[in-house]
Design a binder for this molecule. Structure first.
Ligand SMILES: Nc1ncnc2c1ncn2[C@@H]1O[C@H](COP(=O)(O)OP(=O)(O)O)[C@@H](O)[C@H]1O
Ligand SMILES: [Mg+2]
Length: 263
């Protein structure tokens, strides 16, 4: 890979391994994410998605391998990595007693942003929360809370945003709202690595999809590339295009159970 190509990568991981008490969760993960793109890390429950995201965001140390995020080494330059990323987990970091605006101002103050109020108002606008901004976050719908949570993670304009299962537990309408939010993020140049166990989410959002299975990325490509993996056997007899679900099940075997598009 040329130096130019490397500079274009927001995330570059090689040979990442991680075990928990004899459980070998990550067994040599390689992953490159181009700056400004949305990549979905797709895997069943327990595949190791959160573990990988925690390693890339410096919360957990890998047992082996190297990873660069925004040009910084996660092992030796943790501070620099942390100041250029944000991580939003499945469980919102919102203070329910405060209004949406107050939550944002609080985070902006903690991160020493020059003008916390202006930052809060700007983010409320970007996430279509201006009207709700004065209301207690505890009264927000699931979709509004998740949007506020993502907005809070964007205070200070991190170049890379990790979204760990951003829509798990949301109703369909709220999921759609969060998808819209994520798309706009990437349109603005932010790199997004999201984990999901929903095939339709990966299909909807991601430029490229990385399938994490039994400790490694077993496939990484665009949706079209992943679908092409199945074409030789499918086109002869079947008119329909394979869905990502067909591809996923063919890749990981039918051991994974699917229900309503979830794995
Ligand atoms: N801190 C930990 N201690 C022990 N086991 C863990 C720890 N974190 C994760 N695991 C185990 O590692 C595996 C992968 O977990 P995780 O990364 O959370 O998967 P995913 O996010 O894909 O559902 C699971 O079997 C989980 O129980
Ligand atoms: Mg997880």
């Amino acid at each position: 890979m040329s130096a130019e190509q490397r500079a274009d990568l927001a995330i570059s991981a090689r040979g990442i391994e991680k075990s928990f008490k004899g459980l070998h969760v990550l067994r040599g993960v390689d992953l490159d994410v181009r700056a400004g793109s949305i990549v979905a890390l797709l895997g069943s429950n327990g595949a190791g998605k959160t573990t990988l995201v925690r390693i890339l965001s410096t919360l957990t140390a890998a047992d082996a391998g190297t990873a660069m995020v925004n040009g910084f080494d996660v092992a030796s330059e943790g501070r620099a990595v942390r100041s250029s990323i944000s991580l939003t987990g499945q469980y919102a970091a919102i203070d329910e007693r405060l209004s949406g605006r107050e939550n944002l101002v609080l985070v902006a103050r903690l991160r020493h942003v020059p003008d916390p109020r202006a930052t809060a108002d700007d983010l409320l606008r970007r996430f279509a929360l201006s009207e709700a901004g004065g209301r207690k976050a505890g009264e927000y719908s699931g979709g509004m809370r998740r949007r506020l949570d993502i907005a809070m993670s964007l205070v200070g304009d991190p170049a890379v945003v990790f979204l760990d299962e951003p829509t798990t537990g949301l109703d369909p309408q709220s999921r759609g709202e969060v998808w819209e939010t994520v798309r706009r993020l990437a349109d603005g140049g932010t790199t997004v690595l999201l984990t999901t166990q929903y095939l339709d989410e990966a299909e909807q959002l991601a430029e490229r999809i990385a399938v994490l299975h039994e400790g490694t990325i077993i496939q990484y490509g665009t949706l079209a590339e992943l679908k092409r993996l199945l074409l030789p056997t499918e086109v002869e007899y079947v008119e329909k295009q394979p869905s990502l679900e067909d591809v996923f099940l063919a890749l990981v075997g039918s051991g994974a159970t699917t229900r309503g598009g979830s794995l």
